[in-house]
Design a protein around this ligand. Structure first.
Ligand SMILES: *Cc1c(COP(=O)(O)O)cnc(C)c1O
Length: 391
């Protein structure tokens, strides 16, 4: 395919022209079951009627004013997010990386405001992913993401995932806070234990460090809770959200307690597009669905069905599948061979998934995926396993 797009996405060979629910269609009506959901973005599938209606209605009312002015749609979304979480205040951005950036700025500004301008360093974990702008790539230090891009260490200290003692040892009088994903995504689907999260929370409390959860991927119902950390009763000071928040429309959010938000006085931060009425209207419609009775229990039911199926296939094809990791509908199938080959074999069976670290393939179906679509995905996975085990 000739293209005027840059080659940074590796020039994908599949092209889709339309989507409906859990399915994507090519121009000649080839159908794929979409278990990427736009990388955990299309949480209600493609062209969900309630989201289509929300964007149609809002597009005839008010698209954008910039944040020079207030509007009721964005106000309502912020209020609802605070009512549904630990947070008291919200800053809206357009993407996950911007939501994370806002949190980094707030961590540093908090200590600056309280007379400790030297407290600028932020602790991060290995195999984490927080986005692709300069601060997040410096935070994560993935060799593929930083090569040729960084100046210095940009103020981040990285410690080994899961090692609470290493984290404690890395705290100095220059540390401002800690950021982590309650369920690591890109690095391989890896849920943090409640014990680990509690240990980090306690260290942060002891040293007056701010704790930020990056729930860009694990949030918005993905694990069967609005935010993954809510399963454990451990609360952060800051939280980054994006991906599923707009159900396919770009929007990100940095949520915060009043204590931290209090330092973000007029002029400290901003975004021209962030949280515009069009984006906020879609996000409000997403929240309507996610908070409707029975929605989260259904996510858990579907998760159980999918996981049981994968487990059975891992037992039947131990040379192909090692098993799975994950929570809710954020599932990593761990390959016993090559995850790239497993992904390609699934695609041969017309099921789309996403590669992740830890030699795994991520299944991120829409949260309203049906039982029969899960059966279809499992049948495709079985066919892919059979194919790979015969090689
Ligand atoms: C995708 C992702 C990001 C970055 O989001 P963008 O919208 O691509 O900027 C940040 N953190 C996590 C955990 C993610 O999964």
């Amino acid at each position: 395919m000739t293209t005027a797009l840059m080659a940074n996405y590796g020039n994908p060979s599949l092209q889709f022209t339309h989507g409906k629910g859990s399915f994507l269609y090519t121009a000649d009506e080839e159908v794929y079951l979409d278990f990427t959901a736009g990388i955990a973005v299309n949480c209600l599938g493609h062209c969900h009627p309630a989201l289509v209606k929300a964007i149609q209605t809002q597009s005839e009312t008010l698209w954008h004013t910039s944040n020079l002015f207030s509007n009721p749609v964005t106000e309502r979304l912020a209020k609802r997010l605070t009512e549904l979480s630990f947070a008291d205040r919200v800053f809206f951005a357009n993407s996950g990386t911007e939501a994370v950036e806002c949190g980094f700025k707030m961590m540093r500004r908090y200590h600056y405001h309280h007379g400790n301008p030297q407290r600028q360093r932020i602790i991060t974990l290995t195999e984490s992913f927080h986005g692709r702008t300069l601060a997040p790539i410096a935070a994560c230090r993935n060799p593929l993401h930083i090569e040729g891009f960084l100046v210095g260490d940009s103020g981040f200290d990285q410690v080994r995932y899961g090692d609470l003692q290493a984290l404690a040892d890395s705290i100095t009088d220059k540390t401002a806070g800690v950021i982590l994903e309650p369920v690591q995504g890109e690095g391989g689907i890896r849920p943090a234990t409640a014990e680990y999260l509690r240990g980090i929370r306690e260290l942060c409390d002891q040293h007056d460090l701010l704790l930020m959860f990056d729930e860009v991927q694990s949030g918005m119902g993905r694990t069967g809770h609005l935010f993954a950390h809510q399963a454990h009763g451990i609360e952060p000071d800051l939280l980054a959200s994006a991906k599923g928040l707009g159900g396919g429309f770009p929007i990100g959010a940095c949520l915060s307690t009043e204590k931290v938000a209090a330092v973000m006085t007029a002029g400290t931060h901003g975004s021209t597009f962030g949280g515009n009425p069009l984006a906020a209207a879609v996000a409000n419609a997403v929240l309507d669905e996610l908070t409707s009775p029975g929605f989260m229990p259904q996510v858990k039911d579907r998760s159980q069905k999918l996981c049981q199926g994968i487990d059975a296939l891992a037992k039947a094809f131990p040379g192909v599948l090692k098993g799975y990791t994950g929570a809710g509908l954020m599932i990593g199938i761990v390959s016993a061979g090559s995850n790239a080959e497993l992904l390609a074999a699934l695609q041969q069976q017309k099921v789309l998934a996403v590669k992740a670290g830890g030699n795994s393939v991520r299944l991120l179906p829409p949260l309203n995926v049906s039982e029969s679509e899960i059966d279809q995905a499992l049948a495709a996975l079985e066919a892919a396993c059979r194919h790979l085990s015969q090689q």
